[in-house]
Design a protein around this ligand. Structure first.
Ligand SMILES: CC(=O)SCCNC(=O)CCNC(=O)[C@H](O)C(C)(C)COP(=O)(O)OP(=O)(O)OC[C@H]1O[C@@H](n2cnc3c(N)ncnc32)[C@H](O)[C@@H]1OP(=O)(O)O
Length: 411
């Protein structure tokens, strides 16, 4: 158990304390935030709901919570994108993070935002707070030192490179269509496109070029965003195309974009850091050995902050009637038994005293919520208890989604 922090005040962080955020993050993340990074981070902090932990006037803990919209099956829900979580080493394990999250839960209840999401630095941290890994991503490498054969005929439409500043207008609607087909994606406005998706420099790798945006079709049917890196012939290292994102309306459009990426001159490899687990390329490649999935990893962690809103405001594939007993140690309003009646026509979720069909922790329901982890698997793992035989299977059929959930956006 952590000892509760005395003398620490949890409060809003004003803009006048931004320098303190940079100092804190340099200590915690072992960095040195230069002017360019300060500028890049400032806009996020200005956009964010900012929660700070103060020891007197000193900022000793911080989290930025971005007001985002996330696609869920059948719709979009308000989702707080939690990032930049940091507590000074002198103040750790005294409940500072716990206190900042408690503040977040009550702030989100007031704002009516039912979800929170984050990317973890260490997977061990957030489960205890009710976050569950809700999407997975794969990293892929595509060998392009030989032509990439494809099993469908690529869309023959024209390809054009557009300026990154045009992307929101030209391909924004296409991204929006793709985001509604796949739960877990975040809605974007022009500023998000410019500052988050297409910043001039890559945050991690200075050797990468500025982003290139290639669009298929006069009326866009697909697009890809990538950066490139020069190779070094003298030591036999090929140039690299680093895919940022690729979305297409059809498999043929997707094939055309992969063919383009594979044929960028002076490169011999496409590197994809994060793609959906059901990415089409491993199926489309005529020679599957050319496409290597190097890693599968839990990507976005989700918190059902308002369980009732989360369950009633998503779409359901099938009818289900089930009593859920939810364990939530941090948000009492979620804890307890719920009668869920859901189906394609809508859903209700009300308090009940009836015997439960299933018992599970809120973090595990979050992992099932976007369709990633089947409830039957949670039962098999001993993480959920199925009191009524078949209840987990019925819930899975209702939760099912046509595409694997995936979030392209990092924050
Ligand atoms: C979304 C993001 O921004 S991810 C980035 C997260 N930030 C970092 O990794 C930066 C370095 N780490 C830190 O700043 C801090 O250690 C934090 C933010 C991870 C934790 O802050 P603290 O104030 O120490 O957490 P707090 O005291 O509230 O801990 C609550 C519980 O979580 C546990 N916990 C905290 N950090 C960790 C960890 N890294 N691994 C495992 N358990 C942890 C504590 O042991 C405690 O458990 P208990 O209640 O059973 O005793």
């Amino acid at each position: 158990m952590v000892a509760r922090v005395s003398m620490i005040e949890i409060r809003h962080v004003p803009e006048s304390d931004f320098e303190q955020i940079f100092e804190l993050s340099d200590i915690v993340f072992h960095g040195r935030t230069d002017d360019a990074e300060r500028g890049a981070r400032r806009w996020r902090f200005l956009l964010a709901h900012r929660i700070g932990a103060y020891d007197g006037d000193r900022l000793v803990g911080f989290m930025a919570c971005l007001p985002l919209g996330m696609t869920v099956p059948g719709g979009t829900l308000g989702c707080s994108g939690v990032t930049f979580v940091a507590v000074l080493p002198t103040h750790r394990r005294r409940g500072v993070l716990t206190a900042m999250l408690d503040r977040l839960w009550s702030d989100l209840a007031e704002r009516g935002e039912p979800l929170a999401a984050l990317y973890v630095s260490e997977a061990a941290i957030y489960g205890r707070f009710g976050f569950g890994a809700a999407t997975r991503a794969i990293s892929m490498e595509v060998a392009t030192d030989r032509p990439l054969g494809l099993r469908v005929e690529p869309d023959p439409g024209p390809l054009r490179l557009i300026a990154p500043a045009e992307a929101a207008e030209v391909v924004g609607p296409l991204y929006g269509r793709a985001a509604t087909r796949r739960a877990g994606q975040f809605l974007r406005d022009g500023r998000w496109w410019a500052k988050s998706v297409l910043p001039e420099a890559d945050e991690e790798d200075d050797d990468l070029t500025a982003p290139r945006v290639v669009v298929l079709g006069e009326e866009p049917r697909g697009y890809a965003v990538y950066r490139a890196k020069q190779g070094d012939d003298s030591i036999g290292v090929p140039g690299v195309v680093q895919l940022v994102e690729l979305e297409a309306d059809t498999a043929e459009a997707e094939a055309a974009l992969w063919r383009y990426l594979a044929s960028v001159d002076l490169t011999g490899r496409i590197r994809c850091w994060a793609r959906p687990v059901d990415d089409l390329l491993p199926l489309l490649a005529a020679d599957p050995d050319q496409v290597i999935v190097t890693r599968t990893w839990p990507a976005l962690w989700l918190r059902l902050v308002d369980l009732e809103a989360a369950l009633t405001r998503r779409g359901w594939a099938r009818e289900v009637e089930v009593v859920l007993e939810i364990r939530d140690e941090h948000i009492p309003a979620n804890h307890g038994r719920w009668s869920l009646r859901a189906g394609p026509g809508g859903a209700s979720c009300t308090r009940t005293d009836s015997a439960p069909d299933l018992t599970l922790a809120v973090r595990d329901l979050a992992s099932a919520y976007l369709g990633d982890v089947p409830v039957r698997r949670l039962v098999a793992a001993g993480l959920a208890v199925e009191h009524t035989p078949g209840a987990a299977g019925r819930l899975d059929a209702a939760l099912a989604t046509p595409a694997a959930p995936f979030a392209a956006d990092q924050f």
